[in-house]
Design a protein around this ligand. Structure first.
Ligand SMILES: [Zn+2]
Ligand SMILES: [Zn+2]
Length: 397
């Protein structure tokens, strides 16, 4: 979904032609719907491919209604964004038309005056997809493809969403005035939803019945802080908090079990933690965080997988998986993300080694590395270890 741009928005040397729709007699929606369907639209100018569009592509559209005679410079925020629902060919003129459904900016959505449109906790790059609002546009008004990510609050395996992307997490029906896909509920004590790349750090409680994210700033402000525990007590609480029976069962099932350790050793059974390498333990014994250096998606997938593997060795007598690093650091490729090339095995391997991987690792297949995890440092305040406490269950997060 890499954006290809025909013009540089806001660049005074190029300018933007606006109000292009007025150059054409745009057919009505019913008229356009009755036209012949085509799957692709490729536009070449002087032999160069300037537009390459297909159904379901997200696109940036130059707004109409701006004075066409002036050079106009508009920001990316001001451009219109839509999703191509159909590409149509006019029989007589061979003209091509696009039927698009619109992404609304927060202010456009609030302007609907619908019951839910008063929500005011949108991120500056957040959009609401209004799948029922269709319009016909001419391809000449398209500026290029738009990188718009669908953000799923609960999906810890989501591709990282770059800061330059617009994102969407709600689909609205403007006729029935209701959500077809609701924006996720706000989970923090402040009752505000997560603004990607704007909110600073958020901590997650992965325990049964919690599964909630909290802003570090809100925890700080409302004093959800524990200063009574030692470093090892805090680390053990992190290591042992996950919900294998419910929410994280699929994640746990995706990691194969190792054989049970041979328990017929003479004398005292060795400490199970002696089988766990420090770098794995360090991953399991840190908080689950998103935002800032942790990226918009955060470290949940890596940390929870490390906790599953540590749990099996420490408390269920299993051997350590030889390829534990792969299970922690690699994931199936889902969609194309700019900057990640799944076929570049060397790059994947380097990313893994930088993230603490080792010599047993073999890269390849259809896997890509998870987002790297910044080094975690304990917080010391007035000489004491401090950690955040979950407002839901009171335990360390
Ligand atoms: Zn908050
Ligand atoms: Zn909790």
């Amino acid at each position: 979904m890499a954006g290809t741009r025909r013009r540089d928005l806001g660049d005074p040397t190029t300018g933007i032609r606006s109000d292009l729709a007025s150059d054409y007699a745009v057919p009505g929606l019913d008229e356009a719907l009755a036209m012949h369907d085509v799957k692709y639209l490729k536009v070449r100018r002087h032999g160069k491919l300037i537009l390459d569009l297909k159904i379901n592509d997200d696109i940036i559209i130059i707004p109409s209604g701006v004075d066409n005679d002036l050079p106009v410079y508009i920001s990316e925020i001001q451009t219109w964004k839509g999703k191509i629902k159909a590409i149509k060919k006019q029989r007589e003129s061979k003209e091509r038309w696009l039927i698009v459904a619109w992404y609304y900016s927060p202010s456009e959505f609030q302007g609907l005056n619908a019951p839910d449109s008063k929500q005011n906790d949108f991120g500056s790059k957040e959009l609401v997809f209004v799948s029922t609002h269709l319009d016909v546009i001419h391809w000449e008004t398209v500026d290029g493809q738009a990188p718009i990510a669908m953000f799923e609050e609960e999906d810890i395996e989501l591709d990282e969403i770059p800061e330059s992307y617009f994102y969407c997490r709600g689909v609205w029906d403007d006729r029935k005035e209701k959500w077809l896909k609701k924006r996720p509920a706000a989970t923090c004590i402040c009752r505000h939803r997560y603004k990607l790349h704007e909110d600073g750090l958020m901590h997650f409680c992965p325990r049964p019945y919690c599964h909630k994210w909290y802003h570090a700033d809100c925890l700080e402000q409302h004093k959800w802080i524990d200063a009574d525990l030692t470093e090892i007590e805090i680390e053990l609480q992190w290591e042992m908090s996950l919900d294998i029976d419910e929410k994280h069962s699929t994640l746990a099932e995706s990691i194969p079990h190792a054989p049970l350790r041979n328990m017929t050793v003479h004398g005292r059974a060795p400490d199970p933690y002696s089988f766990i390498p420090d770098d794995l333990l360090k991953l399991a014994r840190q908080p689950i965080i998103r935002g800032g250096d942790y990226g918009a998606i955060g470290n949940a997938a890596v940390v929870l997988r490390a906790r599953v593997i540590v749990d099996r060795v420490a408390r269920h007598g299993e051997e350590l998986l030889d390829d534990w690093r792969e299970h922690v650091w690699l994931r199936e490729k889902t969609t194309e993300v700019p900057g990640s090339n799944p076929n570049d095995a060397a790059k994947v391997k380097n990313a893994l080694l930088n993230a603490g991987g080792g010599e047993h690792f073999t890269a390849g297949g259809n896997k890509i590395p998870r987002h790297s995890v910044p080094d975690f440092w304990h917080r010391i305040k007035d000489g004491f270890e401090v950690s955040y406490k979950c407002p839901g269950c009171g335990n360390v997060i």
